[in-house]
Design a binder for this molecule. Structure first.
Ligand code: ZN
Length: 297
């Protein structure tokens, strides 16, 4: 079923809105360096793909990608190809987009966030958007589910070999080994590499990874030890390659396909919950009308 706003006619969009219980999801990412082996668009590309796949499991209207996101504008964070836009501008753009989407009858808007750097401002946005003025929609956000290698391995251990039809026996053993060694899977590491390999393997260049270069350099730890907060906890200083974790050399396309399928399944469950929920909308609208606490029995 076609679920994407941009691919629907006006009449089809109206039908999609009914199927979606007035819910619209927006994939969100950013454009930034992802190590030396993944594309600049990794976050929005993978967020868009997993959201679309989830909408094929739990039908929901998918709005156009919110391609940009919060990326610091100064070195060492800002690498070649990174696109920085002022946060105030992005918050205003998201607000205006939500109002436009809501004007077509979508009362519930859910952002699927695929970039960790957006979480903080989305929380601020979510807590500020409703109280400022009366609105006819509610807003929430969720992260693109992280599946490989740990969740995939846990599922094999709990549900048995064969739970992921995409995988060979060797793949299963690899995932369990990585899980048992508690593999670090930060920025541009196994999880993101797997997603990209699952649908755009030609964009992944494992041979360009400098082995071991995703380890924490700890150069800014003295701030943390003294409880001084610096931007992003000093992440960009500790991981100057925008690559954080253990090397994902064991990743392959089969694991990527399983990672994406499970990610879409997890996300579809969250979308279903949000779609079917009316409490958030009722509470919010009652709050706007000044009728507080009427849902407290
Ligand atoms: Zn990323």
């Amino acid at each position: 079923m076609e679920t994407r706003w941009l691919y629907l006619s006006g009449e089809e969009l109206t039908q999609m809105r009914e199927i979606s219980h007035d819910t619209c999801v927006i994939p969100m990412g950013c454009i930034e360096k992802h190590g030396t082996h993944l594309p600049l668009g990794t976050d929005i590309l993978k967020g868009s793909e997993v959201t679309y796949r989830a909408s094929q499991i739990e039908p929901v209207c998918v709005f156009a990608d919110f391609t940009f996101g919060s990326v610091p504008s100064f070195p060492p964070y800002r690498a070649v190809g990174t696109i920085h836009l002022p946060l105030e501008f992005q918050m205003q753009m998201l607000e205006l987009l939500c109002e436009e989407i809501a004007s077509h009858g979508f009362r519930k808007i859910l952002v699927v966030n695929s970039h960790g750097g957006n979480t903080m401002w989305l929380n601020v946005f979510a807590s500020s958007i409703i109280p400022q003025k009366k609105r006819n929609f509610v807003f929430a956000h969720t992260k693109a589910p992280k599946t490989a290698p740990h969740l995939l391995a846990q599922m094999i251990l709990e549900q048995g070999s064969g739970v992921h039809p995409e995988l060979t026996k060797e793949d299963e053993e690899t995932l369990i080994r990585l899980y048992e060694m508690d593999m670090k899977t930060g920025h541009a590491c196994f999880f993101e590499t797997a997603y990209m390999m699952g649908f755009a393997p030609e964009t992944v260049h494992l041979e360009k990874i400098v082995p071991g270069s995703g380890q924490n350099l700890h150069v800014s730890d003295y701030f943390k030890e003294n409880e001084i907060f610096v931007k992003g906890g000093g992440w960009g200083f500790n991981y100057p390659r925008a690559y954080a974790g253990d090397d994902p050399f064991d990743c392959n396309e089969r694991i990527g396909q399983a990672a994406l399928r499970v990610g879409a399944e997890v996300l579809a469950k969250r979308i279903k919950l949000f779609k079917e929920d009316e409490n958030l909308y009722t509470w919010t609208m009652n709050g706007q009308n000044g009728i507080r606490n009427d849902y407290v029995k």
